[in-house]
Design a protein around this ligand. Structure first.
Ligand code: SF4
Length: 1009
C-alpha cells in the first residue's frame, strides 16, 4: 500500500517535470487553439495529452488569449499580457508568471515561470496564492499614523510625503548628532539581495538587525567553521546519497526548488535519508527515516564518521589535500611526526567512543539502522548531497555542531564542490554590486552585536527587549520590515512591553504588506507591495548552477507594454501601496536633500550626474555591469539587459557545479606573492579588485608585512585559492574556536543539548516540545490572510504519542496545557504514532491574533483579549475564532472554518546558544490535562521570569572582553553582515593586538553584573 502510494507520487512528479521542455516547442499553440475550439469529446482527449503539459510559449507572452473559465459554457476570450516576477512568500525566490488582463488591468492568476532556472515553472501553494494577497480585502492600502497611545488602535491616514518627511528628519537628527546606533532596521526574511547593503552604510549607521538568530545562525556557524562560507548548496539531482536534516520535500529550505531535485535524485537511484523526530511528509518518502531523540543527531553523525574512519572508507586523497590536519598536529601534538598517517591514527582515537551502540543509546535509533545509513554513505562515491537548515541545528544548545558534523561527512567522502555532492552557496549565488557603494561604517552597535557573543552568526536580534530593559542603549527610529517579532520570536510579551515604552523606542515604523501583531504597536504602518508589486533582485543556491531573477511590479510592466508607462510604482499598485526600492531611495534623498551629509551621492544616477536615481536606472545599471553573460544574451535578442529581465524574469549565469577552491591562482595574482613556510598560506601585497559578486564572504584584514591572504600552496607545489578560512583549508581543527574561548570545541564533537534525556523526567510528565516545524502551505506572517491557504490549513494541534496520551488520559481533540519555563498555552491534542514517545510537536505557523475586531486580518486571526494578570504577568484568551464577514470579496462570507490555531511562541523564553547566538527552539515542557477553567487558545506569560531565564542563558557565554586574543570584538575574518571598518572592531579601551584591557570602559558586559 505504502509502496504503491510512493510510486504514484513519483509518477506524478515525473509527469510534472515535462512542462519546461514542452513549453518551448514552437509548434505548441494556445489553450484556446487546442482545447476550446473543438467539440467537447475531442477537447477532453486533447486536453489530457497536450494542455496539461504545456506553458504558454514564450514568444506569445506579450499577447496571450484564452477563454474565461468562469464564463463557461460560453466561449469568451480574454487577452492577457504575461509578466514574469518572483514569489515573495519564502526565501526560495521561485519564478511566477502573472496573467494580467489587458482590458481590466487585473491579475487573473499566477502560474510558474518555466524559464526560471531554480523553480523551472513549478511552485508550491503559496506562489499562486499571491493573488489572494494582492486582492486581500483587509489589506492596508495607505500609510497610517497612530493618533492614540501606541498600541491603542487609533490611526489616521497620512500622505507618503508627511510620513517620509517626518521619518527622514528624525533620522537626519540622529546622524547629525552622531547617535549612530539609534537607528535599527529589523528585517524578516529579506526577499531581496543587496539593497540594504547599499542603503544602510550610506547613512553611516550600524543599523541592520535580521531574523537570522531565530532561523539559521547555528547552521551557518557549523558550516563556516569548516569552510568560511556559511551555507551549503547541494546538488541533489545527481547525488547517490541525499542526507537531509529537515523536511525539505514539503517545507525545508529552498523548499520547492530542492524538492523537485531531491525527487529527481531519488528517481535516478539515490538513497534518501531523512533525520526528523516527527514523521514529516519528507520522512514518509525516505529510504531511511531516522527519528532520533532531539539533540542526539550529532552522536549519529559522528558514529557514521567513525565508521568511515575505522573502515578506511573515506577519501584519503581529498582529506590529505584539503583538510588542515597539519595545523591540528602542529598545535595539539607537536611531539608527533607531522605526517598524514599520524593524523589518521589520531582520528581513530578521537572518534573511538562514537560507536553505533553509543549513538543508538543516545538517540533511541537502532544500531542496525545507523549501520545501514553509514553503509549507504560509505558507498556514496563522492556524491553525498547534504542539507540542514532550522530543524535540529536551530533547536538545540550546540545545534551548530549538528551542521559541523554533517559537513564532516561531506569532507570525509570528498563530496564538496563535485557533481552530486555539496557546494558552498557562494559558488552558486550571484549578487551584483550596486552603484556608488558607500565605504564600511565606523561604528559598532552593541544592541545587535553584544560583546557576550564574539562568535555569533548574525545579530542577537531576539534579545533586543532584554537589552533595552537593561538600558544598554535606546532606539530613536526602529524599522520593522516585513517582520513580526512580537509574534514570530520567542518571548513576544517582552517585545510588546518595550514596543509600548517610548523611552526605549522613540519611533516605530512598520513596513508591511498587511496587518501584523507587531504593526499594532507601530507609529507608522507603511504599506509595501507583495511579490507582484515591487522590484527586487534575487539569486539563490538552489542547485548546481547559478542564476539571477528579477521581481517586478506586474501592472507597472503591463502598463509599459501597453504604452502607458508610469514612473512611480504607487501609480500601478492598489491604493498607495509602494515598493521598498523606491521608498529607500526617496527616504535617503530626504535625509540629505542638499548632499551635505554625503549620503545623497550614493543615490545619484550613474547616468545623470547629480540627479536622483530611478528604479529602472538602478536595476538597469546592475544588469548591464555586474551580471556575467547577461548583456551578451540580451544583445543577441536586440534587447537591453533590463528589457531582457523584464521579459523573461530570470537569467541563467551558469549550469553545473563550479567550485572555486581548487582553482589555480591566476598568473597575474601569483606575481610577487610570498608563501608562509609553515602554513603554506599565500600572501599578496596587491590590493583586491572590487568584486562584481557581492555575496558575503569572509574578509581578511591584510597583514601589515605580508599583505592579503589569497590562497594556499598544496603538497604538489601548486598555488590555489583554497577556502576563505585562516588556514585556507577545510578546518577540521579550528584555531578560531581555540583562541576565542572554546578550546573544547576546536574539533567536531558531541555537545549535550539542553533537552538531553538526562534533563527530562518523563515520570513527572516532562517532555520536549518541537516547535519549529512548518506547514507546506503557510509561512509565518507573510502568508497571512491568503484565503486559499487558510482554507487548507488553520489548526496546529499538539502531536502526541499514544503512550503519552494514555498516561495523561487524553484523546485526539482533548485540551492539553503545555507548561513552559515562563508560562503555558492550551491547545488540542492529536494522538499519532508519527512522533517519538516523550516528544510532542506543534507547528509555529498558526495562532495569529488581533486585539480589535476591525484591526487585523480577519481571515487568519482570532480576536483575543489581552490583559495584565498581576505584575509582569499577561493572560490572553480567545474571544472568537475566524468567522464569515462581509467585504469586497464575496468569499469572506463563505468562510466555513473557525479555528485560527494557538500561538505557542509567546510562551517560550529566549534560549541563546552561547557560541552561535541561535535561539535554541526546543522547549522542555510539562504536560497537564486542561482544567475546568482552561479554554482553547489560552496563554499565560510571566515576563519577569522571562528575563530571569534570559540571564541564566547569558551566564553561559564567554564574552569578548574576557576571551578576545587580540582586542577585537570578534574575529575579523568571521562572517558578519554589514561589516564595519576594522576601527569599529576594537573593544572599548583595548588596543589592537594586545591581549589585555588597557582602560576599563563602560560596555555591554558591565550591565551583566
Ligand atoms: S517555495 Fe513556494 S513560497 Fe517559496 S518562493 Fe517557491 S512558490 Fe513561493
Amino acid at each position: 500500500m505504502a509502496d504503491s502510494l510512493v510510486k504514484n507520487i513519483l509518477r506524478t512528479l515525473a509527469q510534472q517535470q515535462r512542462p519546461a521542455t514542452v513549453a518551448r516547442e514552437p509548434a505548441q499553440s494556445s489553450a484556446v487553439d487546442q482545447t476550446m475550439s473543438q467539440p467537447a469529446p475531442t477537447r477532453i482527449t486533447q486536453a489530457a495529452t497536450a494542455e496539461l503539459s504545456g506553458y504558454p510559449p514564450v514568444d506569445r507572452w506579450q499577447h496571450w488569449t484564452e477563454y474565461d473559465p468562469k464564463a463557461w459554457p460560453q466561449k469568451i476570450s480574454r487577452s492577457y499580457t504575461l509578466v514574469p516576477t518572483i514569489c515573495f512568500n519564502c526565501e526560495s525566490a521561485c519564478g511566477l508568471l502573472a496573467y494580467v488582463d489587458t482590458s481590466t488591468l487585473k491579475i487573473q492568476k499566477f502560474e510558474g515561470n518555466p524559464l526560471h532556472p531554480g523553480s523551472r515553472g513549478r511552485n508550491c501553494a503559496k506562489g499562486p496564492a499571491t493573488l489572494n494577497q494582492v486582492y486581500d480585502p483587509d489589506r492596508i492600502l495607505y500609510p497610517l499614523k497612530r493618533v492614540g497611545r501606541r498600541g491603542e488602535g487609533k490611526w489616521k491616514r497620512v500622505s507618503w510625503d508627511e510620513a517620509l518627511d517626518d521619518i527622514a528628519a528624525r533620522i537626519r537628527r540622529v546622524i547629525v548628532e552622531k547617535r549612530l546606533t539609534e537607528v535599527i532596521y529589523h528585517v524578516g526574511r529579506p526577499g531581496h539581495d543587496g539593497i540594504m547593503e547599499w542603503v544602510l552604510p550610506a547613512w553611516g549607521v550600524d543599523a541592520h538587525n535580521s531574523h537570522t538568530n531565530v532561523c539559521s545562525s547555528s547552521a551557518r556557524c557549523g558550516q563556516a567553521l569548516w569552510m568560511g562560507y556559511d551555507r551549503p548548496s547541494p546538488d541533489h539531482a545527481h547525488a547517490r546519497v541525499i542526507l537531509l536534516i529537515s523536511s525539505h520535500l514539503e517545507t525545508g529550505h529552498y523548499f520547492n526548488p530542492h524538492a523537485q531535485r531531491i525527487m529527481e535524485g531519488k528517481m535516478a537511484g539515490a538513497k534518501l535519508i531523512v533525520f526528523d523526530t516527527r514523521l514529516s511528509n519528507t520522512a514518509s518518502l525516505a529510504d531511511e527515516w531516522i527519528a532520533p531523540w532531539p539533540g542526539s543527531e550529532t552522536a549519529i553523525l559522528l558514529a557514521i564518521a567513525r565508521h568511515l574512519i575505522v573502515t578506511k572508507k573515506y577519501d584519503r586523497t581529498f582529506v590529505r589535500r584539503w583538510v588542515n590536519w597539519e595545523e591540528y598536529l602542529r598545535h595539539e601534538h607537536p611531539d608527533l611526526p607531522l605526517r598524514f598517517e599520524t593524523f589518521e591514527a589520531k582520528l581513530e582515537e578521537l572518534y573511538a567512543r562514537y560507536t553505533f551502540e553509543f549513538a543508538a543509546q543516545e538517540s533511541g535509533v537502532s544500531v542496525e539502522q545507523i549501520a545501514q545509513v553509514a553503509d549507504y554513505i560509505a558507498q556514496c562515491d563522492g556524491r553525498l548531497a547534504t542539507h540542514t537548515w532550522r530543524s535540529a541545528t536551530s533547536a538545540n544548545l550546540g545545534g551548530w555542531m549538528v551542521a559541523r558534523c554533517l559537513w564532516f561527512l561531506n569532507v570525509l567522502t570528498g563530496s564538496i564542490g563535485k557533481e552530486g555532492g555539496t557546494s558552498a552557496n557562494v559558488w552558486d549565488k550571484w549578487v551584483p554590486r550596486h552603484p556608488n557603494m558607500a565605504p564600511h561604517v565606523k561604528v559598532w552597535n552593541e544592541l545587535t552585536w553584544p560583546q557576550e557573543y564574539p562568535l555569533s552568526f548574525y545579530e542577537l536580534s531576539y534579545l533586543l527587549p532584554h537589552f533595552l530593559k537593561e538600558q544598554r542603549g535606546k532606539i530613536d527610529v526602529y524599522f520593522t520590515r516585513v517582520y513580526n517579532p512580537l509574534w514570530t520570536n520567542p518571548d513576544g510579551m517582552s517585545w510588546m512591553e518595550v514596543l509600548t515604552d517610548e523611552s526605549k523606542i522613540g519611533l516605530h515604523v512598520h513596513l508591511s504588506p498587511g496587518w501584523s501583531e507587531t504593526g499594532l504597536f507601530a507609529d507608522y504602518i507603511l504599506p509595501m507591495g507583495h511579490g507582484a508589486e515591487r522590484h527586487d533582485m534575487m539569486s539563490q543556491e538552489t542547485h548546481g548552477g547559478c542564476w539571477i531573477a528579477f521581481r517586478q511590479p506586474v501592472i507597472r510592466e503591463a502598463l509599459r507594454r501597453l504604452g502607458r508607462p508610469v514612473d512611480d510604482t504607487r501609480k500601478a499598485n492598489p491604493g498607495e501601496v509602494w515598493e521598498e526600492t523606491e521608498f529607500w531611495i526617496e527616504l535617503s534623498w530626504r535625509i540629505d536633500p542638499d548632499g551635505s551629509l554625503g549620503i545623497r551621492k550614493t543615490f545619484e544616477s550613474p547616468y545623470r550626474p547629480g540627479e536622483k536615481i530611478t528604479v529602472d536606472e538602478l536595476y538597469g545599471w546592475m544588469f548591464e555591469n555586474h551580471v556575467p553573460g547577461l548583456p551578451e544574451a540580451a544583445a543577441k535578442e536586440g534587447l537591453t539587459p533590463l528589457e531582457y529581465m523584464r521579459r523573461y524574469g530570470a537569467f541563467e549565469i551558469r549550469k553545473g557545479v563550479q567550485p572555486t577552491y581548487d582553482q589555480p591562482l591566476a598568473e597575474s595574482e601569483v606575481e610577487g606573492v610570498t608563501v608562509d613556510p609553515e602554513t603554506r598560506v599565500v600572501y599578496t601585497k596587491k590590493p583586491a579588485a572590487p568584486s562584481s559578486n557581492i555575496t558575503p564572504v569572509p574578509y581578511f584584514q591584510p597583514d601589515p608585512e605580508r599583505g592579503r591572504p589569497i590562497g594556499v600552496q598544496l603538497e604538489d607545489g601548486s598555488l590555489v585559492s583554497g577556502f576563505p578560512t585562516p588556514s585556507r583549508k577545510l578546518e577540521f581543527y579550528s584555531a578560531t574556536m581555540r583562541d576565542w574561548g572554546w578550546p573544547e570545541y576546536a574539533i567536531p564533537t558531541y555537545v549535550h543539548s539542553h533537552v538531553h534525556p538526562s534533563k527530562i523526567d518523563r515520570e513527572r510528565n516532562e517532555a520536549i516540545l518541537l516547535s519549529t516545524f512548518r506547514l507546506p502551505t503557510l509561512i509565518h506572517t507573510r502568508s497571512g490572510n491568503a484565503k486559499w491557504l487558510y482554507e487548507i490549513s488553520h489548526k496546529n494541534p499538539v502531536w502526541i504519542h499514544p503512550s503519552d496520551a494514555q498516561r495523561l488520559g487524553v484523546q485526539t481533540g482533548d485540551l492539553i496545557k503545555v507548561v513552559t519555563s515562563i508560562g503555558y498555552f492550551v491547545d488540542r491534542v492529536w494522538v499519532t504514532e508519527g512522533i517519538r514517545p516523550g516528544v510532542i510537536a506543534c507547528s509555529h505557523h498558526l495562532g495569529r491574533w488581533r486585539l480589535r475586531e476591525d484591526e487585523g486580518g480577519k481571515l487568519s486571526t482570532a480576536l483575543v483579549e489581552l490583559a495584565p494578570a498581576g505584575e509582569s504577568r499577561w493572560q490572553m484568551r480567545q474571544v472568537h475564532g475566524i468567522k464569515p464577514y462581509a467585504s469586497a470579496d464575496p468569499d469572506t462570507e463563505r468562510i466555513w472554518w473557525e479555528d485560527a490555531g494557538v500561538h505557542q511562541n509567546l510562551t517560550f523564553a529566549v534560549q541563546p546558544d552561547p557560541v552561535s547566538g541561535m535561539h535554541c527552539w526546543h522547549q522542555k515542557v510539562r504536560l497537564e490535562r486542561a482544567g475546568p477553567d482552561d479554554r482553547y487558545g489560552d496563554i499565560f506569560v510571566d515576563t519577569r521570569r522571562a528575563h530571569e531565564v534570559y540571564r541564566e542563558w547569558l551566564a553561559m557565554t564567554r564574552p569578548a572582553s574576557q576571551v578576545s586574543p587580540n582586542g577585537l570584538r570578534r574575529p575579523h575574518w568571521w562572517l558578519r553582515p554589514f561589516r564595519p571598518d576594522l576601527e569599529a572592531y576594537h573593544l572599548p579601551g583595548r588596543h589592537p593586538g594586545n591581549g589585555h584591557i588597557a582602560v576599563h570602559a563602560v560596555s555591554a558586559s558591565d550591565h551583566m553584573e
